[in-house]
Ligand binder design. Structure first.
Ligand SMILES: Cc1ncc(COP(=O)(O)O)c(C=O)c1O
Length: 428
């Protein structure tokens, strides 16, 4: 362990057999990130936005954009972002409720360090974003408690029961009035879930908010896919919308919406936002990390303020929606035609992912390994998304990276291989 292997790598997925989406010999359907055909658009968009922003800086002559920024994040960026989000969500988003972050991953980490008891509990769904689980591992004094799912969404009756039991079992918790105001958090992806693609229905959203209020728990929503909504009209309301401050039993805010530009612009931009109630915003605004660093990604926030102001992000989101709508429809058409009858999937209406259910006896890890070796197509086995290594008879397909013809070919190969595997190669 006293040597660092610093070999030449180009991107996050480089050198990784499961995730290397750039590998020419394999069609890899694993990764939730855009491919070069989409990323090439960033060059022109960011040039225009940067030029606009530099002209603004010159006009003012103070060059504050190159100074330490304010802890909540550049005012103009939050102002433009609140207008953009209000427009695209079809729900109002207040500038003062936004704290800029370096992306949803940083937002999650910042929340865990700022508002959760150091010996608190993080409730997670049976399957969830696998790297969030790794973020949680960095807080070894916090407990991770798994909540079962039913039909690909969280089982709220089970959640209610588990919260009650866990509070008794693991308390007391080191909360205080100034910062660690929550003893527990439920981490979830209510809209276009990763990996299941599901959306939490409105009646469940209402119930979840009630549960959070009853137990003084915070719900941290990873809202990175909400705007990738493919039917016309506004996307499903984010959970934050249901925690209405006009409600008689409003508790000061128990929901946080953790958003990002990674899926609607570029993962490398590293800019996101935490939309939170005032009691949380005030804690984050006085955080030492945000104060010492002068907010998150201040320079980039200036460029993004211009990008939003010039409506470039709006137009690009429309383009992404058009492209992803076609990709998703193509993959789902193939699945409807060719997926073996003993398997199933639910067709999502947004986001990146399709979650395939295999028969209980079929081991997805084994199938994917075999499929990768013999048919040169890969996806991610379900157990990767499970804290307890379950979901072994599921796998996830992503439509994010490859173009439509490659996706079609890969899905056809995958379905035919799966049929062959179930009939002839399954280990029983
Ligand atoms: C649910 C979820 N949250 C967060 C992220 C990462 O977001 P960011 O790039 O904004 O840190 C991903 C990326 O795959 C994701 O799927």
């Amino acid at each position: 362990m006293d040597k660092v292997n610093d070999r030449y790598l180009r991107h996050l997925f480089d050198g990784d057999l499961i995730f290397n989406v750039y590998e020419k010999n394999i069609i890899n359907l694993s990764v939730g990130a855009p491919g070069p055909d989409l990323l090439q658009n960033c060059e022109e968009m960011l040039l225009k936005a940067t030029q606009h922003r530099m002209e603004e800086e010159k006009k003012e002559g103070m060059y504050y954009l190159f100074q330490y920024g304010i802890t909540a994040g550049l005012w103009e960026c939050r102002d433009e972002l609140s207008k953009f989000l209000s427009r695209r969500y079809g729900d109002s988003v207040a500038r003062e409720n936004l704290i800029l972050s370096y992306g949803a991953t940083h937002g999650l980490h910042l929340l865990l360090t700022s508002i959760l008891a150091p010996n608190g509990i993080i409730f997670v769904e049976e399957v969830t974003y696998m790297i969030a689980l790794r973020v949680f591992e960095q807080f070894p004094f916090m407990k991770i408690v798994v909540v079962p799912m039913k039909n690909d969404i969280v089982d709220l009756n089970a959640l209610d029961k588990i919260i009650c039991e866990s509070k008794k079992k693991y308390g007391p918790f080191h909360t205080n009035n100034d910062s660690k105001i929550f003893w527990s958090a439920f981490y979830t992806i209510p809209t276009y879930h990763n990996p299941t693609g599901s959306v939490l229905p409105p009646e469940c959203c209402k119930k979840l908010v009630e549960i959070a209020r009853n137990y003084s728990m915070v719900v941290i929503c990873d809202d990175v896919y909400n705007l990738l909504h493919y039917p016309s009209g506004p996307p499903p309301h984010r959970l934050f919308h249901y925690d209405n401050k006009e409600d008689v039993n409003y508790q000061g805010g128990n929901v946080i919406s953790n958003g990002s530009l990674s899926k609607i612009l570029s993962p490398a931009i590293r800019l996101g936002w935490i939309e939170c109630p005032p009691r949380v915003a005030n804690i984050l605004r006085t955080s030492g990390v945000m104060s010492s660093g002068g907010g998150a990604n201040h320079y980039v926030s200036g460029v993004i303020a211009s990008l939003l102001h010039l409506n470039i992000q709006d137009k690009y989101l429309d383009l992404l929606i058009e492209i992803y709508t076609k990709r998703l429809a193509t993959v789902c058409d193939v699945l409807k035609r060719l997926l073996p009858k003993c398997c199933s999937f639910y067709e999502p209406s947004g986001g990146y992912f399709i979650w395939i259910h295999l028969p209980p006896a079929c081991d997805a890890s084994d199938f994917i390994k075999w499929c990768q070796e013999t048919h040169k197509v890969a996806a991610i086995p379900g157990s990767r998304f499970s804290q307890e290594g379950k979901a072994n008879n599921n796998f996830r397909i992503s439509i994010a990276f490859h173009q439509i013809d490659i996706l079609k070919k890969a899905t056809e190969i995958l379905c035919i291989a799966l049929d062959d595997y179930i009939k002839n190669h399954m280990k029983i």
